[in-house]
Design a binder for this molecule. Structure first.
Ligand SMILES: [Zn+2]
Length: 82
């Protein structure tokens, strides 16, 4: 019986909206916020310790470096080309 009610994607941060704003919009927000809150690999020390400090500002907890990136993702690939 539980196999029939299989969830494709977990609710995550979109839970706080309840039934409001439509399914697609809630899902978009949840996907972005998941990326925003996750730890990312550091472009300097390669450790997966980079977290978002503020909008566009990312910091590494390992080597304590701070650098700019995109608003919700560090976008390390673009930083390497600079
Ligand atoms: Zn680092």
């Amino acid at each position: 019986m539980p196999a029939l009610i299989e969830k494709k994607e977990k609710l995550g941060s979109q839970k706080r909206f309840g039934t409001r704003y439509g399914r697609k919009n809630r899902l978009k927000v949840a996907r972005i916020e998941k990326e925003q809150r996750a730890t990312h690999p550091c472009p300097y020390c390669k450790y997966k310790k980079v977290r978002r400090i503020a909008l566009g500002i990312w910091g590494c907890k390992k080597c304590s470096s701070r650098f700019t990136g995109k608003a919700y993702t560090p976008n390390i690939q673009a930083n390497k080309n600079e």
